[in-house]
Design a protein around this ligand. Structure first.
Ligand code: GLC
Length: 421
């Protein structure tokens, strides 16, 4: 299985970055690269560092690291650089994605066989990653609450989650103009977001473009401001890990600032806890209301150093989900009416999220659940191959095939965990 996974990685390798999969996603995606580097690191550390180095080379002056870097033109993807209009020499989108690169760099450093190489790269990368984290708290948390908002569903990485439905209804569709989607010619339309959702995705892009992608304005101008526990957990975990590594590398200023951001974030996460569900929920910042949607974002929150009793409760919550599906962890509760086992982030299992959940549970000592989740990952791949995502009940492979981060997670999981029998 590892041989096969390595083949997927090398087929999608474009030299200094990988594409998530040929056709459907022909550029470099932010959190895909960070997580894929973990897979490369098991057999080619130099190539793994390069993956993240390329990503960070396209950081904006204000600190943001963009969600897509359009290294080479490709007509097969919409919306391309001309829709974003960010005016960069190498075009990028104007939004960001979950900042898991901080976690990935620290993990790669800890495991490195070539310590000198790791030291060189980590020293160069930590200031950049730290600047990105500071950008988040400055531009996406202007009231200094300790939690950042995402302004576009694509920023969360969970593009069409049920979590956004109510808030997304308030994003207009008028004046968007006509466009041709390209995703539905590469993947089954029943596995993808709807046309109505696509109009709203594009409306937001046009709105932010009209503000010249000025991040001092975007937050307050956006009708979509969601505080996602999963996203915040990734940011908090990355700040936490950066703080630890910066202290080891004798970078005390970064260490102190990163530690303060992580601590404030952990405390603020409490506002998102739901006793009713036994997990965290999103907060709609425009209404000030919690979003009553039991999705995986509030389970992924265990990736952050949250209090032990919260982590244990999340493990119990996952055990309940195990009663209603065959493969953990579904991206939405299968008993909820909106659940759709085939449609992207409205039900399917994603290995990258499973990996982060398993890691968080491992830190909390929930090893039985870790064993269950990691062995479900392997069973899914054995049954259905390296798909983008899988139906949590039937294991049907969905979305794109031959998928980079799915393969990277298989390599990472098989090298990290004792699988449950
Ligand atoms: C989809 C996913 C997103 C991912 C991208 C590339 O848009 O929702 O999380 O980064 O594909 O794989």
């Amino acid at each position: 299985m590892i041989q096969h996974a390595r083949q997927v990685l090398s087929d999608n390798d474009r030299g200094t970055y990988t594409v998530p999969t040929h056709g459907l996603y022909p550029f470099q995606w932010n959190w895909d690269s960070a997580l894929s580097a973990l897979g490369f690191a098991h057999f080619n550390e130099d190539r793994a560092w390069t993956e993240i180095e390329t990503l960070l080379a396209h950081q904006w002056d204000d600190g943001m690291v963009p969600h897509i870097i359009f290294h080479q033109p490709d007509d097969g993807y919409f919306p391309g650089p001309e829709v974003w209009g960010t005016g960069r020499d190498v075009p990028t989108t104007g939004i960001t994605q979950p900042p898991v690169a901080g976690f990935a760099v620290c993990r790669m450093y800890d495991r490195a066989r070539d310590k000198a190489l790791a030291d060189k790269h980590a020293r160069a990368m930590l200031p950049k990653i730290h600047a990105w984290h500071q950008w988040f708290y400055r531009c996406r948390d202007p009231q200094a609450t300790g939690l950042v908002a995402v302004l576009h569903p694509w920023e969360t990485g969970r593009d069409n989650s049920v979590d956004w439905d109510a808030a997304f209804e308030r994003v207009p569709t008028d004046g968007v103009g006509t466009f041709t989607r390209r995703d539905t010619s590469h993947a089954n339309p029943a596995h993808r977001p709807t046309d109505e959702q696509y109009k709203r995705y594009i409306w937001l892009v046009q709105k932010f473009r009209s503000l010249s992608w000025d991040n001092t304005k975007l937050h307050d101008a956006s009708p979509f401001q969601i505080v996602d526990p999963g996203f915040n957990a990734i940011l908090i975990r990355s700040c936490h890990d950066v703080a630890t590594l910066a202290a080891r590398l004798d970078m005390p200023e970064i260490a102190a600032e990163a530690r303060a951001m992580a601590d404030k974030g952990v405390a603020a996460m409490e506002q998102l806890w739901s006793e009713k569900w036994g997990q965290y929920l999103c907060l709609d910042r425009t209404t000030g209301m919690q979003v009553d949607s039991p999705s995986i974002g509030g389970i992924l929150a265990v990736f952050a150093p949250i209090p032990k009793e919260r982590a244990v409760a999340i493990s119990q919550r996952i055990a309940k989900l195990a009663e209603v599906c065959e493969y953990l962890v579904p991206s939405h509760d299968p008993t909820a009416p909106e659940f759709d086992g085939l449609r992207y982030w409205r039900g399917p299992v994603w290995l990258i999220v499973n990996y982060m959940i398993a890691d968080g549970l491992e830190q909390a000592g929930e090893t039985r659940m870790v064993g269950r989740i990691t062995s479900d990952c392997v069973r899914l791949i054995e049954t259905s191959g390296f798909a983008e995502y899988h139906d949590p009940i039937t294991a049907e492979p969905c979305g794109g095939a031959h998928f980079t981060w799915t393969a990277a997670m298989v390599i990472e999981i098989l090298n990290t965990y004792e699988l449950a029998a």
